[in-house]
Design a protein around this ligand. Structure first.
Ligand code: SF4
Length: 138
């Protein structure tokens, strides 16, 4: 019930775990007037402690994944996690790297996956809106 109330205006926090940063640029695009993600009530949170939704990009590496785990512990629960881009889904082109031992969903629970390398802003917005609708329906 609390999660449903929060999702009327979800505050999102963008967490980049490392990679080429193209997915991060697409997230920034979502915030521009052209895509205007605020029309869905979404706001970019300045602190992870204020977030309702985490937008996670990147393949992660040995160091950043430790930070991801610690940061996830600091998010007020319930919280939703959106994995954006092939890197965060499956480590993408870095899958064979010695420094990317584990995909994101082995570190923290992921609620929705948005594929693409990088996914377009429309796909990111559609994925987040679908997740919100799913939570609202219960
Ligand atoms: S999924 Fe593709 S675009 Fe996104 S960070 Fe990885 S390599 Fe870059």
């Amino acid at each position: 019930m609390k999660l449903k109330a929060l999702l009327k205006s979800p505050w999102v926090f963008h967490l980049s775990t490392g990679s080429c940063n193209n997915c991060d640029i697409e997230i920034l695009d979502c915030l521009t007037p052209r895509f205007d993600v605020e029309r869905f009530g979404m706001l970019l949170a300045g602190s992870i402690r204020h977030a309702d939704v985490l937008l996670v990009t990147g393949s992660g590496n040995r160091k950043s994944m430790q930070r991801v785990k610690k940061l996830y512990e600091q998010v007020p629960k319930p919280c939703l996690v959106v994995a954006i881009g092939e890197c965060s889904l499956s480590r993408g082109m870095f899958i064979d790297s010695y420094n990317c031992p584990m995909p994101l969903d082995k570190i923290i629970p992921v609620d929705v996956y948005i594929p693409g390398c990088p996914p377009k802003p429309e796909a990111i917005i559609a994925g987040v809106v679908k997740l919100i609708e799913k939570v609202k329906k219960g």
